[in-house]
Design a protein around this ligand. Sequence first.
Ligand SMILES: CC(C)(COP(=O)(O)OP(=O)(O)OC[C@H]1O[C@@H](n2cnc3c(N)ncnc32)[C@H](O)[C@@H]1OP(=O)(O)O)[C@@H](O)C(=O)NCCC(=O)NCCS
Length: 186
Amino acid sequence: MTAANAAASSAERAATRVRLRPTMQSDLEFVLSLENDPENLPYITPWERTQHEAAIRFPDFRHFILEGGPGLDAEGFLILIGCKSRHQSLELKRMVVRSKGQGFGRAALRVAKKVAFDDLGAHRLWLDVKTHNVRARALYDSEGFVVEGVLRESVRTDNGFESLTVMSMLLPEFAARRERALEVRT
Ligand SMILES: CC(C)(COP(=O)(O)OP(=O)(O)OC[C@H]1O[C@@H](n2cnc3c(N)ncnc32)[C@H](O)[C@@H]1OP(=O)(O)O)[C@@H](O)C(=O)NCCC(=O)NCCS
């Protein structure tokens, strides 16, 4: 965490606003540089450029740039998959934020939930998170995701095998949170 990040108070973080826009080909340098940033690499498995290019094009995927801050600069990206699934089970495949600890992650996750449940007809939104990813796990816990289980030692990295926690939210749970004003309004 940088000094600038640390300076964001919890009130400032809570007030953070973001918007999502579809990722374009010209954004991919930014996306790849974030994925390959040593700060992020322990928590994700980076894709090849061609995988991102496919994700931009395939109707089953939604690839978004997260814009935030006063100038609505590109602050990160996120990917939803399973958008055409007959099971209405969408996966938040990836979310990476550049300026951490400023509230962009929470704000983006709320918009992603709104897109998934309101616009894409999700019944279930799920994700997996490495068990050692304390920051992301705290975010998902506090945003109402429920633990489904652990995929033990399912990812092989340079540090050995790592485990993934699977978490999800169902539409009624999302609706209940919205009733309590914990979600973005319709
Ligand atoms: C995980 C990530 C998306 C969260 O975004 P962010 O903008 O940094 O998070 P926010 O500022 O919105 O903080 C959200 C919550 O995360 C938790 N959090 C933030 N920093 C933390 C830290 N250093 N340690 C533990 N928890 C932390 C807090 O619960 C925080 O809520 P609070 O502000 O109410 O206290 C971002 O840190 C990131 O890109 N990390 C690297 C890639 C990654 O892990 N992606 C997710 C893979 S599943």
